[in-house]
Design a protein around this ligand. Sequence first.
Ligand SMILES: *Cc1c(COP(=O)(O)O)cnc(C)c1O
Length: 416
Amino acid sequence: MSLIDQDLALNGGPKVREKPWPGWPMHDEREAKAVQAVLESHTWGTRGPKVQELEAKFSAFHDAEFGVAVTSGTTALEVTFRACGIGAGDEVILPPYTFIATASSIVAVNAIPVFADIDPDTYCLDPAAAEAAITPQTKAIAAVHMGGCPAEMGRLRDLARKHGLRLIEDAAQAHGAAWDGTRIGALGDAGAFSFQNSKNMSAGEGGMVLTNDREVYERAWSYHHCGRVPDGAWYDHRILGSNLRMTEWQAAILLVQLERVEEHMAIREENAAHLNERLAREVDGLVGTAESPGTTRNAYHLWMGKYDAGAFGGVSRDKFLSAMAAEGIPIGRGYNPLYREGAFRDAWDASHCPWACRLYQGSVDYARVSCPACEHVCDVGGVWIYQSALLGPREDMDDIVAAALKVREHAEQLRD
Ligand SMILES: *Cc1c(COP(=O)(O)O)cnc(C)c1O
């Protein structure tokens, strides 16, 4: 009896996949040596040589002039918005299909998140929806390179230029991705990266701001370093900043992780191409998302798919995911629309700043936001596979296809 004819694992049958998937984060003796060297250097923090080397190498790798290493992707976003002059009274347009930090960091600088829908094919911000959301209060657009695939930077750049807006990249998932032959991160005014545990380069936590704009760089540098300036005295604080400095431990590990990025990218791209090709040929109802026009490298922090229950024997997305997980496939549903998260739907209070700030001339009501493309992806159509599952041999992709075929073969057992 062939594999796909066996009982579903959900119903007690054998799993398609028993073997473990590649673990994450990855390390070898190079990280161990790097951490040991920091230990013995007696410089464990406060902008030591490893942090400075990482800023230089990471920015060069991303075709950017300047880098500022910080504590997380969340604080990288906050520093980026602040350094770009976003503050009280300003609206920032962002997609609702992203991690909460893209929105919470906007509120952290006293600005107002305004959600605009995503493109149903790429899951990235739809430039037409972004344009429709522009008001006299709009100061910036925050594009998210969702899953590691660049947002539609051509049209977003034109839009920002036309309306005099800042264009900021949330590149937390997109280390090494490229658009129109240039790495992402400084395609707009500035970009924010994350080195959190799950990200394509990791030190457990950490972040980076990239920019080609010297003024933005100097403000970001000063803000993350207690308001100091590069050539100033230690107790010379020119602005009110914070301490958001990365440690030497993190930088030492990330310098090694950076050496692996190209190799990992190539493996993920090859595996994703194989998976997409087999799905398109053999599995009606499940395809990989499209890439934005101009995409030259996809970092595949996620393999994102479009699921169509109608073409899949009427099995709902969530039933499909449970059946796939039971077969041993590391697969998930992903985000909720951010405006439906409790933070915006329930806990948001328009009588508090920044919404009630006297500098803010507009008004928003998150309870009334509707982004149908995002809701479709979150509720019934979106599928995620994490990047580390794309780092094994190509046969791993065949297991994903085999599991999908097996689940479809038994669709009648899974219909609601
Ligand atoms: C991970 C992530 C962040 C936040 O990064 P942290 O380092 O976890 O603070 C922001 N935006 C996106 C899209 C992310 O995936």
